[in-house]
Design a protein around this ligand. Structure first.
Ligand code: ZN
Length: 298
């Protein structure tokens, strides 16, 4: 059976160059390893996801000529997420955290990457809690050894990276970590290719996926396969002239704005290959050429 790779944008804005590069890497990996491509719209954050962005993602991918074999949207899985949460809760693996953002910052150490390392203050809070709270998962104190196809080997303990982390946030929305782990499991994802900025999440996703799969194993209410660790590859990001990565907030035209300014898909593809260091100039490039160029360097 062929493996499955996913491209998983969040509809919290229109696609920009960073997404385009990710989509190209995903297609290149699919070409190299002969994989099916799955498009997953990650609209777990219902406070920020918008319908116009969901439509925009599909339109922009089609404009470039991207093809995928299957598609899903996270909001159609929320009932399933709740069932998984109930299973974890029944096993005592979830607890409410009432700490405010300010408390989290002042009461916990912060990692090198600026993340709060939650020390588990609310873990022993026995009373049922009212008022705003997130739900945190009890993450095992264990080093995760994992391999990245480009970056090599890592040994990381999520307990020391971030501690028990939220699977539902204070606004009642499913978190990225929880949603992505369940969907990757449920959708049989075998290959994960994504930007380097998410590399830091890998160990905690491996730990949480294992926990979810083990907890749900054999329960027909939450049919999930046993956990098989996917292959990971985290690709370099496009940086601006000062070396800073481009993000939705800080930058940069959406692809749709470029399109409205009269750019063709081929021009934008040439431009992105140039910016990502695959070409020495920004000669227009077809989608097939762009994918083949990146596949040749994987
Ligand atoms: Zn707390």
């Amino acid at each position: 059976m062929p493996g499955i790779i996913r491209f998983a944008p969040s509809p919290t804005g229109f696609l920009h160059e960073g997404h385009l590069l990710s989509a190209l890497y995903v297609c290149a990996a699919a070409k190299k390893w002969d994989l099916k491509i799955h498009l997953r719209i990650e609209d777990h954050d219902q406070g920020r996801a918008r319908k116009e962005y969901i439509d925009g993602i599909r339109e922009d991918l089609a404009w470039f000529g991207f093809k995928y074999d299957s598609e899903s949207i996270q909001s159609s899985h929320f009932d399933f997420f709740q069932k998984v949460l109930d299973k974890l809760t029944a096993k005592g693996l979830v607890y409410p955290c009432t700490c405010s953002r300010k408390q989290l910052q002042s009461e916990n150490p912060v990692s090198e990457t600026g993340e709060v390392i939650y020390q588990g203050k609310c873990r022993t809070q026995a009373a049922p809690c009212s008022g705003p709270h997130s739900l945190r998962v009890v993450i095992p104190d264990k080093v995760i050894n994992w391999h990245d196809e480009r970056l090599g080997d890592f040994a990381e303990n999520p307990k020391n990276q971030c501690g028990d982390f939220p699977i539902r946030d204070r606004d009642g929305f499913w978190t990225y970590q929880f949603a992505v782990c369940i969907d990757d499991l449920a959708e049989g994802i075998t290959h994960i290719v994504r930007g380097e900025d998410i590399r830091n999440s890998t160990a905690r996703q491996i730990a949480l996926s294992q926990l979810i799969a083990d907890t749900c194993q054999g329960d027909p209410d939450v049919p999930l396969p046993p956990y098989t660790r996917p292959l990971y590859l985290h690709h370099p990001l496009i940086v601006d002239s000062s070396g800073k990565k481009l993000s939705k907030r800080e930058h940069a035209y959406s692809l749709r704005q470029d399109k409205d300014r009269g750019k063709s898909p081929q021009e934008l593809l040439g431009q992105i290959l140039y910016k990502a260091g695959f070409l020495s100039d920004n000669t227009p490039t077809t989608l097939e050429q762009a994918i083949a160029t990146i596949a040749g360097r994987l």
